[in-house]
Structures are given as C-alpha cells and as structure tokens.
Design a protein around this ligand. Structure first.
Ligand code: ZN
Length: 312
C-alpha cells in the first residue's frame, strides 16, 4: 500500500510539480517576541527550545510545525507534519539553507532578507483537476511553506533535493527578486515561449530542448528565473550536465505505448539558452546581492555528504 501510494505520488510528481508564489504585500521586518513562553512540561519542549535558540533568536524566524488552518491553504486537504519529521526537517533546513548562507554570504544575510515564517505541512497539496502537486509557497517575502514533510527520507538526497531543498531555494530566489528586480535582459530570452496553463505536459527533455531547466520553468518568466537558480544549487554535476545534454538535442516525450518519441527539431538552441540564463542569474546574484552562487553550491554539496551526522 505504501509502495503503491508512493509510486502514484512519484508518477504525479514527475509529471507536474510546482510552487505557488503569491505576490502579497510585504510587511517589513517583523520581530517576534523571543522571551521564553514555552511550556517546560510539554512533550515538545526540548524541540521548541531548540527552535527558539536555532531559528528565532539567531535568524528572527518563527519555525511553525504545528499546522495552522489560518496559515495554510484551505483549498487543499492537508495533514500536519509529524513531530519526528518536523525535527528532522528543522535540522536539515538550518544546515542546508540558513547556515550555508550564513557562512558564504554573511551571518546577518538571512536575518535581513530571509523569510520570517517557515511553515511545515505533512502532506502534499494535490490538485486533481490540473494533475499537479504543490510543493511550496512563498508569500510576499514573509512566509515559506513546505509540503509533503511526512514523506521526508533523510537517506534519499535526490528526493529531498526535489521535494524540499529546491523548493526552499526556489522560494527564496523569489523573495530576492521581489526586493531587487531580476535583469531585464532575461525577459527577452524565451519571450513568447512560456506556457502558463500547459507547462505540466512538457517532459523534462522537451522543456530542456526549449531552454528551460524544468517543465515548471516553462510556465512564466519569474518561475524560469528562480528555477535556474534553484536547480543549479541542488543538482549534482552529473544531473546539471544531463539537463544541458538534453537541452542540446530535440525533445523526447513518452508516446501512448510508453515508448520514447523524439520530437521534431524545434530549432531552438536550448543549451545556449540555459547557459545564458544561468550567466544572467549568476551575475545578478553577485552584483545585486554579493552572492557567489558557485561557492554557495559547493558548500551545499559538501554538506549533503554529512546529512546522517547532523540528524543523529
Ligand atoms: Zn515560483
């Protein structure tokens, strides 16, 4: 049963994952009350105190693992994250996101520019009508929501990258370009080729051949921009090079018999487009934010080798 549901999840997931990135009014830096109001008799006291010391005080982040209806999307049928998975996720998010920026960009960078709230949800958010799964949301630079936390498998780095860490970098890149506009030249590169309502029907190969690092990158310009950053940060060299390889060839889709069907050459140099998009994103991060994306990625990849240590 577990395998079946996971298989279904995997199939759906590979077809169409996306992030809902609402552009809402920014509230400015909110400062949470850091005085100790925790209940020492609570079963989760130790974890709550760790969250206070690891997120609230150093980063001014309210890390919410108890699902709140008012803070979650009521359009979906959602379940809360378990305490065990919340603890693992909290450690991983700190280790692979907050502490990476702290070390490479500066100790106050995320405190000044990061989200104020991280909200965990246990289940994915299915949309049966479009056949898509929502993996994360970012709202106005204030709050990042991560879904499917109860599926967290700390031994599976590729799965964690696809489900959670790419989502974090994706949402955070939105926060950054909402504060300082992304390069205008980016608008010209795939002009007229975005598909806001049909992107989920692209295969990875077809998307790459059109110059998109993922199907969702082909949905609209801002998603394209942050997908370049997020994919580069979490993909291994082999995975990144595979995207470039796919991009250099005509796209492939699976036909009704389950066989690969090679599409007619679209006449687009997908590889050149992806490299140009990456170059613009890299320069923008360096010039607008003093972020060296190559160093950031090296740090993430090095840390991924130690995941089992930090969870024990
Ligand atoms: Zn997005």
């Amino acid at each position: 049963m577990k395998k079946l549901s996971y298989t279904i999840l995997t199939i759906l997931f590979t077809l169409s994952i996306f992030y809902s990135c609402k552009q809402e009014e920014e509230l400015g830096a909110s400062i949470f009350d850091t005085t100790d109001k925790l209940n020492a008799n609570s079963a989760s006291y130790q974890f709550d105190a760790w969250l206070r010391d690891s997120y609230l005080i150093p980063y001014n982040v309210d890390f919410r693992y108890r699902m709140q209806d008012v803070g979650s999307d009521m359009d979906y049928n959602l379940v809360p994250a378990s305490l065990e998975k919340s603890q693992q996720m909290a450690k991983l998010v700190k280790y692979l996101w907050f502490d990476v920026y702290g070390k490479i960009v500066g100790p106050d960078f995320l405190k000044e520019n990061g989200p104020r709230i991280i909200h965990l949800i246990g289940s994915p958010a299915f949309n049966p009508i479009s056949g898509t799964i929502l993996l994360g949301t970012a709202e106005g630079g204030i709050k990042v929501t991560l879904y499917s936390c109860n599926d967290l498998d700390p031994t599976n780095v590729d799965m964690m990258n696809e489900y959670y860490f790419e989502t974090m970098h994706h949402e955070f890149a939105h926060i950054l370009h909402q504060k300082r506009n992304y390069p205008v030249d980016f608008n010209q590169l795939s002009k007229g080729r975005y598909n806001p309502i049909g992107w989920q029907y692209y295969s990875n190969s077809q998307a790459a051949s059109l110059g998109f690092v993922s199907p969702y990158a082909g949905s609209q310009i801002q998603e394209d921009f942050v997908e370049i950053i997020a994919n580069y940060l979490v993909k291994s060299d082999a995975q990144w090079n595979n995207i470039l390889l796919m991009a250099s060839k005509p796209g492939v889709v699976v036909d009704e018999n389950g066989n690969d069907e090679i599409l007619p050459d679209d006449g687009i140099d997908g590889q050149a487009l992806i490299l140009k998009k990456f170059d613009l994103a890299k320069k923008w991060l360096q010039n607008s934010w003093n972020i060296d994306i190559v160093k950031l990625r090296e740090e993430i990849i090095n840390r991924e080798a130690n995941i089992s240590d930090i969870l024990n």
